[in-house]
Write a protein that binds this ligand. Structure first.
Ligand code: SAM
Length: 352
């Protein structure tokens, strides 16, 4: 009897300490490593709910109960890299390779614009010569939709190609850093790919005037809580305008095919922690999260995310942009089901 009372008091103390961490993070917009570890690792789901509540209050305070839609156009799956986790890696011979034509890209943009989306996101494998050519299409997009935001996610490119794309009218660039730890970076990528190059690209992009996004997968192989804390510190210092993060999900044609997927709960906690640290950031509730958990989009928004990226890639190409298992499954992220997405958001009190 006495022992269970002591355990209960310990439990209450622990909850009080972690709850005060959430308040401290919200007020000071930072928290020490131990505090972040507790928020990430606590197995008390009611505490996670408390963290999410604070994060969404901050998001709604900044933006209102609004979710921003970005039209995702998966431009090409041709990639020179061989990242061990990624289904479109160069060594995957099972994948039919494609690149959308200029006409296809403009038609995707047109469809998205007519449906009310005002940001186009061109994402694709890393392919510097093709990225340079893509600048012509970016210039056409800029001329046709002067008020649109044009966001790119094309990997590491030469500085002059970034400058050309910027001059052509692109104004945002997402390049996930993938991990802030060089040793972990080396376990996720083949020799020749280096974290310092990636970080140099991010600084260069920002100097060119791009609004810049970074981020990582959650639960990628070998990743520890210390690694996630290092990621948080890196973003706290760099202060990206956008943060792209979602769970790792294995893909059957990659070396990491047998590694279990990352945790949806940890992903949501990271959205919330980063919202409290960087209240103005654009944080998408990612497709990877929605792949892992059917209510991933709304759960993400309720944890402080504020962006959803419906997929406007032509349906015939989607299965070939197979970053991870289950990604091509038709769902509410597809343009055809935009209304369903709006209804889902309506049920949680948000609108686009
Ligand atoms: N080539 C560009 C780049 O490197 O930034 C953009 C395309 S890349 C496929 C986009 C992102 O997909 C990567 O930054 C990575 O975090 C994510 N990704 C790749 N494989 C994944 C997997 N198996 N599970 C979850 N996310 C994955």
């Amino acid at each position: 009897m006495y022992e269970s009372l002591v355990n209960f008091v310990d439990y209450c103390n622990c909850i009080t300490i972690v709850a005060s961490r959430v308040n401290e993070l919200r007020e000071r917009r930072t928290l020490d490593d131990e505090g972040i570890r507790e928020l990430l690792e606590s197995d008390d789901e009611s505490l996670a709910e408390e963290l999410f509540r604070h994060a969404r209050e901050v998001a709604v305070g900044q933006f209102g109960p609004v979710v921003w839609l970005r039209a995702l156009i998966e431009w090409s799956n041709v990639c020179r890299n061989d990242c061990y986790y990624c289904g479109i890696r160069r060594s995957n011979r099972a994948l039919p390779r494609y690149s959308l034509t200029r006409d296809e890209i403009l038609s995707c943009c047109d469809q998205a614009w007519r449906l009310g989306l005002r940001t186009f996101v061109l994402q694709g494998g890393e392919n510097p010569p093709a990225a340079e050519k893509l600048a012509e299409t970016v210039a056409e997009m800029r001329a046709s939709w002067p008020e649109a935001a044009i966001s790119l996610s094309l990997g590491e490119l030469p500085g002059e190609t970034y400058a050309l794309l910027r001059r052509s009218g692109a104004n945002r660039y997402l390049l996930r850093h993938e991990t802030a730890k060089p040793a972990l970076y080396a376990r996720l990528h083949p020799a020749g790919m280096r974290l310092e190059n990636r970080l140099a690209c991010l600084h260069h992009l920002r100097a060119l005037g791009f609004k810049t996004g970074m981020g990582m997968m959650v639960g990628s192989p070998y990743q520890t809580t210390d690694d996630l804390i290092a990621d948080i510190r890196l973003m706290e210092e760099f202060r990206p305008e956008m943060i792209g993060l979602g769970p790792f999900i294995p893909q059957h044609d990659t070396p990491f095919r047998d590694i279990p997927a990352g945790s949806a709960s940890t992903t949501l906690r990271l959205y919330a922690i980063l919202r409290l640290m960087l209240p103005q950031a654009w944080i998408p509730a990612t497709t990877a999260l929605a792949t892992l958990r059917p209510d991933g989009r709304t759960a993400g928004i309720l944890a402080g995310a504020n962006v959803i990226m419906p997929n406007f890639t032509p349906a015939s190409r989607r299965s070939a942009y197979a970053l991870y298992e289950g990604k091509a499954r038709p769902g509410a992220e597809a343009a055809e089901t935009l209304n369903q997405l709006k209804q889902e958001l309506d049920t949680i009190g948000y609108h686009v």
